[in-house]
Design a protein around this ligand. Structure first.
Ligand SMILES: Cc1ncc(COP(=O)(O)O)c(C=O)c1O
Length: 404
């Protein structure tokens, strides 16, 4: 049995009152909270080794470099990636997708096709629209059904030898659907297409084995996985990355520079122009340690139990429409109270000390599919408890009497 209280005490931010009530944080899909070890790692960096990486002969610079490169290796091992050269530090999921979509501008041409899905976050839609607009390539998508699941059978008719890349998320941030990415990756590879997986909502919640899944690219954000903001990871296969056009030019990403022409470094530095977010990159490894100390399978189980319990209680409450009803679902519940606006529900919950997300969740196509303006969304992390769900349900009873 997990002792959730001993985990909660590692998150000082949770120990506060909002509007005279204990804070209940159910917006983990947007940003999870950071444990003290991660906060300490950031402070420790500035207190002991703050200096620029890969540049200095002096001791502090060397220590900072070693700390950041050790973090890279830790993340590589956590994801079961073949080489640390395949781990690129980015600003986050959006940045990682843009690095690849930008590189595709130099590869795609008219007649080529890019496939996304109906379940994507805007950050996995817009960069591909931009790449297609510039190159004349065609953007297609895998449709979804009423349960919020991708209609995988349709992939066979969408994929062709014209497909150059398939970019889909692992877990939908709005509906919680866990997509069958292994099948998607294998099918796309049959046609010679690359696959990018947006793992923003999966890395914090389930085991990821890159070598087993075999995507060509995989991205996620630190701030949704108990790490700091402004840091993320782009995994890419080394042999592919070394052929891609870098996203940004500058210091660190070069081999030779003349005033006329330059050659680029190999991955990962090829994609890490300029001074990185050093302390956050280092601290992300502490977040990974935090996850591993608890065990990712224990985290998954706890969140799934919370998901089942909260879903059951919300249905019991009545007048609730839940969007996303796949059997294969992670700890995300998007819902509306019938007859009430999602932001009114969210505002009242906030005044009752409960943080939820409201609106479109950067997934307007999903809102259009269901013909709605937005939803209330609750998302779980390891520190959430069943008592918190009970308090949330009681708060929802109050909301119902106020708004109905
Ligand atoms: C599935 C998914 N993809 C991409 C993103 C964008 O992540 P970031 O804002 O950290 O770049 C999010 C953030 O909510 C997400 O949930």
């Amino acid at each position: 049995m997990l002792d959730i209280n001993s985990i909660r005490v590692q998150f000082p931010i949770l120990n506060q009152k909002l509007y005279k009530r204990d804070l209940i944080y159910l917006d983990n899909g947007a940003t999870s909270q950071t444990p003290q070890v991660v906060v300490d790692a950031i402070a420790n960096y500035y207190q002991t080794i703050n200096s620029n990486v890969h540049r200095g002969i002096h001791t502090l610079s060397q220590r900072a470099t070693i700390a950041m490169e050790d973090a890279r290796v830790k993340i590589q091992k956590h994801l079961n990636v073949r080489s640390e050269k395949e781990i690129i530090f980015t600003k986050g999921t959006t940045d990682g997708i843009n690095i690849i979509a930008h590189a595709m501008r130099f590869i795609l041409k008219k007649g080529d096709e890019v496939i996304i899905s109906a379940l994507e976050h805007h950050s996995n839609i817009i960069p591909w629209q931009m790449a297609c607009e510039i190159t004349g390539a065609t953007l297609k998508h895998i449709p979804m059904n009423n349960k919020g699941e991708l209609i995988l059978e349709s992939l066979d008719s969408i994929l062709s030898t014209n497909t150059k890349i398939v970019a889909v998320n692992h877990v939908s941030n709005t509906l919680g659907t866990i997509n069958p990415i292994k099948e998607i990756i294998d099918k796309a590879h049959e046609y010679g297409a690359w696959v990018l997986i947006d793992g923003a909502q999966s890395v914090p919640h389930m085991k990821i084995d890159i070598q087993e899944l075999n995507p060509d690219f995989f991205v996620f954000s630190g701030h949704k996985a108990y790490g700091p903001t402004g840091v993320g990871i782009l995994y890419g296969k080394e042999n592919i990355l070394n052929t891609l056009h870098p996203y940004q030019g500058g210091g660190e990403m070069i081999k030779e520079v003349s005033l006329e022409k330059s050659s680029y470094a190999e991955t990962p530095f090829r994609f890490e122009a300029g001074t990185p977010n050093i302390e956050a990159n280092i601290a992300l490894a502490y977040a990974i340690d935090f996850i591993n100390d608890i065990g990712i399978d224990n985290i998954s189980k706890h969140e799934n139990d919370l998901l089942d319990y909260a879903t059951e209680q919300l249905i019991k409450l009545g007048d609730i429409e839940i969007y996303g009803n796949s059997e294969n679902k992670a700890g995300v519940i998007s819902f509306n109270l019938k007859g009430a606006h999602n932001s009114d529900v969210g505002s009242i919950l906030d005044k009752l000390g409960i943080a939820v997300r409201t609106g479109q969740h950067c997934t307007q196509p999903i809102m259009s599919f269901f013909g709605i303006k937005g939803t209330v969304r609750i998302t779980f992390a390891i520190y959430n408890t069943f008592e918190e769900i009970d308090i949330f349900i009681n708060a929802m009873k109050r909301v119902k009497t106020m708004l109905k």
